[in-house]
Structures are given as C-alpha cells and as structure tokens.
Design a protein around this ligand. Structure first.
Ligand code: NI
Length: 183
C-alpha cells in the first residue's frame, strides 16, 4: 500500500493549473496511479486528482472499486454506477445547457458537504494509463464526478462552484445519524 497524504483546501498546490502528461510508458506514471488508487481506496473516495497528493499533472481517477462493498462506496451509495477509470489529459465538454444540483464532498475538505450545480450531460475525452483514447458521453452522478475531478486540474475546488453557501456545512450536522456519509 502506498497511501499518500491528501492536501487540504488552503494548500496553494491545490490552486495551481496542472501540466499535461507527456510520457505514458514510464514507471513514474505507473507509480503515481498506484499511489492515487491506494489513497482513494483507503479514504473511500469516489475520485482523486493528482494535485490532491501534490503532483501537478493532469491525471484523475474515479469510480467505485468493484472488489469492495459490493461495488458500493460508503460515502456515495450511488457510486456503483461509475466504472473505475483512469483519465489523463482530459477534455470535458458540456452537452446542452441543462444542469443539476447535488451534494458533493471532497477528500481535500474532509467532513464537509455542499450543494454544487453541475452540467447534467457531458462528453469527456482523454487517455488511459496506456495512452489509449477514452471518449464517453455520460449523465448525472458520473458526469458530476468527472466535472469535480477535472476541476482539480485547473485549481478549482467545489466550494468555488457553489451558488448557495447556506447549503454548505459539516456532514455530521447536515445528515445526523447517517454513518455512510462520514469521512
Ligand atoms: Ni475533490
């Protein structure tokens, strides 16, 4: 296991614009992905971006690990619908103007949740860890996760996308008695 410390909001490395990956074959990328996956799984995250562990590269991972909790993530019970994905140098294109509000958390803001408007439908393109092309059109929670993770690559954290700060707070107060929502 190579679980890394996740940087928290306020660390300036989370606000920087990450650099594209140019070398797909290297051990460096493989090690980064291993560390990201171990870290995300250890914290029951649904996604993680490389800048969150202090690496300024355009790499995100997301999805619910199929081998744990019957595909269910304790923090996000809906996450089973999102396949585990490594996405490098992503481009996210909104499809249509429709957006949806939903609760989000972030491993860089432990213990907090907020309602964030996101595009309902998006297309995302990028590369997997071998350099193969990924091109998907997704909706709802899957689209939300992709938008959240890719925002990290441009130094954007979800509170910066919020429009109603009255729906931002500590999970324990917002959802009392809901153990599944704990960090
Ligand atoms: Ni996040």
């Amino acid at each position: 296991m190579s679980v890394r410390a996740v940087l928290r909001m306020g660390d300036e490395r989370l606000q920087q614009v990450a650099e594209p990956v140019r070398d797909f074959g290297g051990e460096e990328l493989r090690e980064l992905l291993r560390n990201m996956r171990d870290t995300m799984e250890a914290l029951s995250g649904v996604g993680l971006a490389a800048p969150q562990i202090g690496v300024g590269l355009r790499v995100v991972i997301f999805g619910a690990p199929p081998d744990r909790n019957n595909g269910q993530n304790p923090r996000y019970p809906d996450a089973g619908a999102v396949p585990y994905t490594v996405l490098i140098n992503p481009v996210v294109t909104p499809l249509g103007e429709q957006y949806e509000e939903g609760w989000e958390g972030c491993l860089s803001l432990p213990g907090l949740r907020g309602v964030v408007p996101r595009f309902l439908h998006v297309r995302y393109q990028g590369h997997d860890e071998y350099g193969a092309l990924i091109d998907r059109t997704v909706s709802g929670f899957h689209a939300r996760v992709v938008q959240h993770e890719c925002d990290h690559l441009d130094g954007i954290l979800y509170p910066m996308r919020m429009t109603d700060m009255s729906r931002f707070g500590y999970t324990a107060e917002l959802f009392p008695g809901r153990e599944t929502q704990e960090e």
